[in-house]
Design a protein around this ligand. Structure first.
Ligand code: FAD
Length: 419
């Protein structure tokens, strides 16, 4: 088998992979010794099928469609002269950073000094949700329906019900309506929506599509083709017997959460954070495997691509520094613990006395909080506190912890919501 060698191999050519590559080369990594590997036929990742607008407000201060946003970064990759290989899938990565890939050329191996994981995420399918009933045609994840309509030009049905109020489901409620289908309702298990507020307004309210909170699909009817779904009210996460109603439809779209694409990460032996399903990453966005970094949706599910690009740029810069210094940088760390009201944090740890850059600490809350404070503490010492007007689980929060404040600390820190 052929063995090539590169300084930096980036797995995934979506927004995260492209931003990481551009930043790494900008920070000094040799462009000719950097390689982006993408299994699809084009750079751009999931953005290629997101033809709606709303991308890039933070990064470019203008509203772009998904493909336009992706194209800006693809152009940066091309202008920087960074090599990329599409139609090439990474099959395996070892702890020693030997990357095995398959393409039309066959199977090859690449020895890298550093690797950036940027494989994105995938949707939770019906099997993972355990919806009872028959298995007819017409049950799709929202992203599959999006791909069918926006890329393949196939309309999957005429009358839809959507389960889950994640952003993809909300976007697809509008998309299906614009394409002439009837969307009767969106049902959400939780008492709050998991989508961005702007998507609820622009994709549901503007089109008169009702959102039923605390409701779920409890049954599917149809032998070969979907005929309809049974929906029940929910209390404390459990359907209430006797509240079932029948909704006729030929499409059920599932928008019930995204899971980091973590098979490669797991197989190479990186520790997985059970709170995110992505790898555990430190303040350099490095996993607990030396020289392996992660960013974008493979690390944790983001709501806005602008935040993906920002995080990926940091991972790229850190990987460039790692390649230049050749240090073993996974040692000597203190924990960042999610306390009251915090679902998870990124990163999960930081270097004791050796935090090199201010930390962009990202987290999600477990419930809806109004006028509450986020506080970061080391024992009794407050490292950071800020009052937040509103925090909801669907919106990622991002605060900056100053490196000088962290470098004096000798114990784990806890992030918590105080009301
Ligand atoms: C339907 C939908 C609507 C969205 N709407 C918005 C919006 O309105 N505004 C907004 O800002 N954001 C939106 N987002 C979020 C945004 O698109 C994502 O946050 C962003 O695309 C994540 O970038 P990524 O590079 O981490 O992942 P991806 O875009 O998923 O890219 C990952 C890439 O890795 C490749 N890959 C995976 N495994 C391998 C492998 N083994 N070998 C080689 N390549 C591999 C994949 O093919 C893919 O190209 C939306 C997302 C979705 C899914």
């Amino acid at each position: 088998m052929t063995m090539r060698d590169y300084d930096l191999v980036i797995v995934g050519g979506g927004p995260a992979g492209m931003a990481a590559a551009v930043a790494a080369v900008g920070a000094g990594t040799d462009k000719d010794r950097t390689l982006i590997i993408e299994r699809g036929d084009h750079l751009g990742g999931i953005l290629n099928q997101c033809i709606h607008n709303g991308f890039g407000l933070h990064t470019f201060k203008e509203e772009l469609t998904g493909p336009e946003y992706a194209e800006r970064y693809a152009n940066m990759v091309r202008e920087a002269g960074i090599p990329y290989e599409t139609g090439t899938m990474v099959l395996d990565i070892t702890k020693d950073k030997v990357v095995t890939v398959v393409s039309r050329k066959g199977v090859e191996q690449i020895q890298a000094k550093a690797v950036i994981l940027a494989m994105g995420c995938r949707e939770r399918p019906r099997g993972a949700l355990g919806i009872p009933g028959t298995r007819p045609n017409g049950v799709y994840t929202a992203g599959t329906a999006q791909r069918l309509i926006n890329i393949d030009g196939i309309m999957p049905g005429k009358r839809a019900v959507i389960l889950g109020s994640g952003d993809i489901g909300l976007i697809m409620a509008r998309r299906l309506t614009l394409e002439g289908a009837k969307v009767d309702a969106v049902f959400e298990l939780m008492p709050y929506s998991n989508g961005l507020n702007r998507n609820i307004v622009q994709c549901l309210e503007d089109f008169g599509i009702p959102l039923y909170l605390s409701h779920t699909v409890v049954g599917i009817k149809g032998k070969d083709e979907l005929e309809g779904v049974y929906v029940a009210e929910v209390k404390d996460g459990t359907p209430i017997p006797g509240t079932e109603t029948f909704w006729p439809c030929d499409m059920l779209l599932l928008s019930c959460g995204l899971i980091p694409e973590n098979e490669l990460t797991r197989a190479m032996g990186a520790s997985i954070n059970p709170l995110t399903n992505g790898p555990k990453a430190d303040d350099n966005l490095e996993t607990d495997i030396d020289g392996v970094f992660a960013c974008g949706n493979v690390l944790h599910v983001h709501d806005l691509v602008d935040y993906v690009s920002k995080e990926a740029a940091a991972a790229g810069t850190n990987a460039a520094e790692y390649i230049r210094d050749g240090r073993n940088s996974t040692a000597g760390q203190l924990g960042i613990i999610p306390g009251n009201g915090i679902k998870y944090t990124i990163p999960v740890s930081f270097h004791k006395g050796d935090v090199r850059n201010d930390i962009s600490l990202k987290f999600r809350v477990t419930g809806i909080y109004k006028n509450a404070s986020v506080t970061v503490k080391a024992g009794e010492k407050t490292v950071f506190t800020r009052k937040m007007r509103v925090m909801i689980p669907s919106e990622m929060q991002d605060i900056t912890l100053k490196k000088d404040a962290l470098n004096d600390i000798t114990e784990d820190i806890t992030v918590e919501v105080t009301e």
